[in-house]
Structure formats: structure tokens, C-alpha cells
Write a protein that binds this ligand. Structure first.
Ligand SMILES: Cc1cc2nc3c(=O)[nH]c(=O)nc-3n(C[C@H](O)[C@H](O)[C@H](O)COP(=O)(O)O)c2cc1C
Length: 364
């Protein structure tokens, strides 16, 4: 039997880490410094004769057999603290009323203590009909987390899908990180066979390469979220934490690899070229509806945002809803300007690649 004192200590440590995982992105600048998403190198072609009315534009999106009001996912973020309870509650209300999919943060905390599980279960309470995505780390799987435990975290929120986050860079820099990834593909393959809901894979800000995508596809994942470089840097978040813990080497690694990874636009294009049919989510630094339109045009089926939803969710419910309205209005405006009345047309809209994106895309 597990020692209850040890469990309490573990729950306390996880809670502290989760709290910092929200506070640091909110209070320190841990966005990409020297890289970008490369979306500025994607140009959509203006259409002076759109032959449609703005009011006719339909952003309905089908993903994994479900219908959503827009190609926008509230990306996996948090859980395990009182503040996370508030944030997940607000995000879930938005997911429910706008019919958007939502991910919760890594649920390891919820397995350690029932007290901490509330901050995840709130999502299902506030969003009884929404498409909710459970979350666990690849490093936890390869460190031996059992299939039964993974089933528990799916049950915790009655999830419609599970996403495995692949975060080797974060594990490397995190003071208490577990940079153990040996055998992770086999763990994902085993999950896919028995878990009973679609299993997706995501990065957390360093992108997915062509080779990684091919391997994930081979083991049967239902979708990939590229979570490329150009947005929130988890090397950055962990660098700040390592600095406070006076961990010299980890601080240095965090600084050195702050902007490591494959920019979001590049990752989408190379993965889409390799896998024509796999459902693909673009994320990592997406900040407005124009960028969403660009991601869809270059091959994504859906887009996800994390940091912008966090910033607005902590302000108020009104801010959060206003933000979602703005992003959807920006997306519709872009669709109007390229003459795309629906997602199918937006997917085949003309685009031009320029600059570094154009020169690097054939190298990958
Ligand atoms: C506060 C915060 C917490 C996060 N926690 C998780 C997590 O627990 N699991 C996960 O898969 N990704 C997590 N992420 C990563 C995001 O899902 C996303 O991949 C990444 O932040 C890039 O998107 P962004 O640039 O829009 O923030 C977190 C992001 C933020 C901002």
C-alpha cells in the first residue's frame, strides 16, 4: 500500500508546481524570444470578388466525428490547484456554450489525490456535452504508469479523447523533470489498442517532425497536435523555476533551449505532406483568427490555443467570451477576404510561402 504521508507530500509538490505553471506564464514573459511560428511567412491571396456575404460564412468544423462551431480547441492547460478549478470551470463553460473542444492539463495530480481531482472534474460538471480531452505525459507512460490508471483519468472527466503530451525538452529543463522517453511509442501503441477513446499526441511548444509524425501514425494515434515553436516556451517556464531553485545547469539549459523546436507553420506543412489524411491540429503561438485561417489553409483541420485562453480566463468570464468572439470574427473576416464560405473552401484556398519557411520546408 502507498504511504499516505508520502502521497500528501507528492500532492503538495505537484500542487506547487501546477501553481507555478500558471503563475509564470501569466506574470513573466515566457513566450518565444528569437523564433516565431513562421506564420508571418504564409500569405493568403486577397480576393476582390469574394461572391459571398460576411453573414453567410460558416465556421462549422468536423473533427474526430464531432461537429464544432469553429476550428478552435481550448488547449490542454491546467488542474491541481484552487486557481485551476476556477480556470477550468470558466474554460469549460465556454467550451459548452460555444461548442468547442477543450483539453484539461496533465492529470497526474488528480491520480495522486482526490482533493486535486476536483479541479479536473469541474470541466465535465460545467460542460456536460462538450468534447473533453484527458491528458497524460509520455514520460509518465514510459516511467510505468499503468493502463488502469490512464483509464481512471479518462473516467475522471468522462473524456471523449485522450492526448499524450510529448515534452522531452520540458522534462529536460524541469528541476524535478523525468527525461525518460525510452519505450514511449510502445506505451502509446498499447494505449491505442485498449483505451476505448481516440488517442491523440501533442507536443507542448517544440513541434512535431515528419519522422515523429510517421511513427505516431504507425502506432495508430487518431490525431496529432503539432504544438510548434513560436508561442509559450516550456523551456522558458522551467528555466524560471530552475533559477528560483538555484539549479545552475537546468537554468542554463532552459536559456540555451528557450527557442528550440520546429516553428508551428513548418511543422504543420511537413506533417501534412507526409500524412495526407491524419487529423491535424495546429498550435503553438496562434494568437488570432487570421493565423487560424492560415493554419487551415496550409493543412491543419483544427487550431488550438493555450496562453491566450489562460490570460482571458483569469480576468473574467466576460473577457474570455469576448476573446472567443473576437477570434471567431477575425477568422470569418479572413474567410470573407479570401472568398471562403466554409472550412472545406478555406482548406483549398491559395497561399504563398515566403522567407525562411519557403527555404526550410523542403529541407525537412
Ligand atoms: C499555463 C499552461 C499550462 C500548460 N499545461 C499543459 C499540460 O498540462 N499538458 C499539455 O499537454 N500541455 C500543456 N500546456 C501546453 C499547451 O497545451 C500548448 O501546447 C502550448 O502552450 C503552446 O500553445 P500556446 O503558444 O498557445 O500557449 C500548457 C500551457 C500553458 C500556457
Amino acid at each position: 500500500m502507498t504511504d499516505p504521508v508520502k502521497l500528501e507530500d507528492e500532492a503538495h509538490d505537484i500542487m506547487k508546481r501546477k501553481q507555478e505553471g500558471i503563475d509564470i506564464p501569466l506574470n513573466r514573459n515566457v513566450q518565444a524570444k528569437t523564433t516565431s511560428t513562421f506564420l508571418e511567412y504564409v500569405k493568403l491571396v486577397h480576393n476582390a470578388i469574394p461572391e459571398l456575404n460576411l453573414s453567410d460564412i460558416d465556421t462549422t468544423s468536423i473533427f474526430l466525428g464531432r461537429r464544432f462551431s469553429a476550428p478552435l480547441i481550448i488547449d490542454s492547460m491546467t488542474g491541481g490547484t484552487a486557481k485551476a478549478l476556477l480556470i477550468n470551470g470558466r474554460l469549460a463553460e465556454l467550451a459548452e456554450s460555444y461548442s468547442l473542444p477543450m483539453g484539461v492539463g496533465s492529470q497526474r495530480a488528480g491520480l495522486v489525490s482526490e482533493k486535486l481531482a476536483d479541479s479536473y472534474t469541474i470541466a465535465r460538471k460545467k460542460a456536460p456535452n462538450a468534447f473533453l480531452i484527458a491528458n497524460i505525459g509520455g514520460a509518465q507512460l514510459s516511467s510505468g504508469l499503468s493502463i488502469d490508471k490512464v483509464k481512471k483519468l479518462i473516467e475522471m472527466i468522462n473524456a471523449d479523447a485522450l492526448v499524450v503530451h510529448l515534452n522531452p525538452l520540458q522534462e529536460l529543463v524541469q528541476p524535478e523533470g523525468e527525461p525518460r522517453y525510452s519505450g514511449v511509442l510502445k506505451c502509446i501503441a498499447d494505449l491505442v489498442k485498449v483505451i476505448g477513446v481516440p488517442v491523440m499526441a501533442k507536443e507542448v511548444g517544440a513541434g512535431i517532425s515528419r519522422e515523429a509524425a510517421l511513427k505516431l501514425n504507425e502506432v495508430g494515434v487518431s490525431a496529432i497536435n503539432v504544438a510548434g515553436a513560436g508561442g509559450t516556451s516550456w523551456a522558458g517556464v522551467e528555466k524560471v523555476r530552475a533559477e528560483s531553485a538555484s539549479e545552475r545547469l537546468k537554468t542554463r539549459l532552459g536559456e540555451l533551449f528557450w527557442d528550440w523546436g520546429i516553428p508551428t507553420a513548418l511543422s504543420i506543412i511537413v506533417v501534412r505532406r507526409a500524412l495526407m489524411k491524419l487529423p491535424l491540429i495546429a498550435s503553438g503561438g496562434i494568437r488570432n483568427g487570421l493565423e487560424i485561417a492560415k493554419c487551415i489553409a496550409i493543412g491543419a483541420d483544427m487550431c488550438a490555443m493555450a496562453y491566450p485562453f489562460l490570460v482571458n480566463a483569469v480576468q473574467s468570464k466576460e473577457c474570455l467570451y469576448q476573446f472567443a468572439d473576437t477570434v471567431i470574427a477575425e477568422l470569418k473576416s479572413t474567410m470573407f477576404l479570401v472568398g471562403a464560405g466554409d472550412m472545406k473552401t478555406l482548406k483549398s484556398t491559395k497561399y504563398i510561402l515566403t522567407g525562411e519557411l519557403r527555404s526550410e520546408v523542403n529541407e525537412y
